[in-house]
Unconditional design. Structure first.
Length: 416
């Protein structure tokens, strides 16, 4: 069956000035946002074969896409602050503090789900350990927030309360820069990125893939969880960090600060979405999708998958770290439970429910699953895990493309 556009494999070879006769790997039509992109021609190969027509790089988003993006931007930056800060609590349209905290938390989860889509949906690498990167970013921010407490803790010491309780006299070496907000911002990116680089380099260089890679990522997050549970590591043990009071010397529990964190989280989510959209539409993104579809053929085309897989792995980990750093001041606690294998599996579930390889799908999935979780854990707490398991099984069997894929299918059916 012929396709209106050249395959990913042909695209990669054509950009190198060569000609491919290998079978179809995947159509580029799914990668171009506009329905009818312009085309450009690559010159004839050495064998005199006809020129290959490639889709031109279209706009970052379609007109409808930009409309939705601007609507989300207005909702985050204007509508939510007005409903929360300006309307009185008795007003029917008032947005409660609980709703602000809940939506802010879910937006952090949506960033993590978007990161999962880049590595799983577009590169074909299922990670069951992304929770560790989310938690690492959260712990870096938590260390800064613990230092911001100062002498206002229960023991009136400049050391965090748990260190005083354990009879520690000085801060551990890894707390050296925890009182600097600038250093904290750097470490939020650097720590998850460095851990991901080291782990990914050895894993990808050894060509570990498929279920074996998923298993070792789960082992990694489980080992990290056990490490952070130990009191001697200096991360608060099983209690973690909590009782935060200030950020940048500003009280953290005030409505204005909570809304500031909400807006920052929303802007970060929108920025990550645009960045991911640009990334998957670039040549780098097309190579990632070719690796997902047929990694061996990509290697035969002259590309080394190691650099591409390692790069997107680190980018995905950094996005999770940023999400974790935004999560902690809004939720008010970070502990080793965020590193549990179940937390990492949930991130994969959000991406699967919304729809992999769609970018918007994992965001939708994060809101659907966590919105349902917030309601079910209150109304039917004993059935929540059964619902989550049934949801994942049902999506796998009946909605392989997720909710977004179902919507697209129904829309095509109505148009035809």
């Amino acid at each position: 069956m012929s396709t209106p556009f050249p395959t990913l494999h042909d695209t990669l070879l054509a950009e190198q000035g060569t000609q491919s006769s290998l079978p179809v790997i995947g159509s580029l039509s799914a990668l171009a946002p506009p329905p009818q992109p312009s085309t450009q021609k690559i010159g004839e190969g050495a064998s005199g074969a006809p020129a290959v027509e490639l889709p031109g790089k279209g706009p970052l988003l379609t007109r409808a896409g930009w409309s939705g993006f601007m609507a989300a931007l207005i909702a985050v930056c204007a509508v939510a602050p007005v409903l929360n800060l300006w309307l009185p609590e008795g007003h029917a349209l008032h947005m409660s503090t609980y709703a602000v905290a809940l939506l802010g938390k879910i937006m952090c989860y949506a960033i993590a789900a978007l990161a999962m889509d880049l590595i799983w949906g577009y590169t074909g690498i299922l990670s069951l350990g992304h929770g560790v990167f989310f938690a690492l970013g959260g712990y870096v921010m938590g260390m800064y927030l613990m230092r911001q407490i100062g002498a206002d803790g229960n023991y009136k010491s400049t050391l965090p309360d748990f260190m005083v309780f354990l009879d520690w006299k000085t801060l551990p070496w890894h707390w050296t820069f925890s009182d600097s907000f600038v250093a904290t911002l750097f470490l939020i990116v650097a720590v998850p990125g460095a851990v991901a680089f080291v782990f990914g380099y050895f894993a990808f260089r050894s060509r570990i893939k498929g279920v074996y890679f998923s298993i070792i990522t789960q082992a990694m997050t489980f080992a990290a969880m056990l490490l952070f549970f130990r009191n001697e590591t200096g991360f608060g043990g099983n209690n973690g960090f909590t009782d935060f009071k200030r950020i940048l010397n500003i009280p953290i529990a005030t409505p204005s600060m909570r809304m500031t964190l909400f807006v920052l989280t929303g802007l970060t989510l929108l920025g990550c979405f645009l960045f991911a959209r640009w990334l998957v539409g670039s040549k780098f993104g097309r190579v990632l999708q070719a690796i997902r579809d047929a990694e061996t053929r990509v290697m035969f085309s002259g590309y080394s998958p190691l650099g591409y897989k390692l790069t997107i792995w680190v980018i995905s980990a950094v996005m999770c770290g940023v999400a974790g750093a935004l999560y902690v001041p809004q939720v008010g606690i970070i502990n080793p439970g965020e590193m549990s294998p179940a937390s990492s599996i949930e991130i994969a579930i959000w991406a699967a429910v919304g729809g992999r390889a769609s970018l918007i799908g994992p965001i939708v999935g994060a809101f659907i699953v966590n919105g349902a979780k917030s309601w079910l854990t209150v109304a039917y707490p004993e059935f929540w895990l059964y619902f989550l398991g049934a949801l994942f099984i049902g999506v796998t069997l009946f909605l392989p493309n997720g909710v977004v894929g179902l919507v697209k299918k129904l829309r095509k059916g109505n148009e035809s």
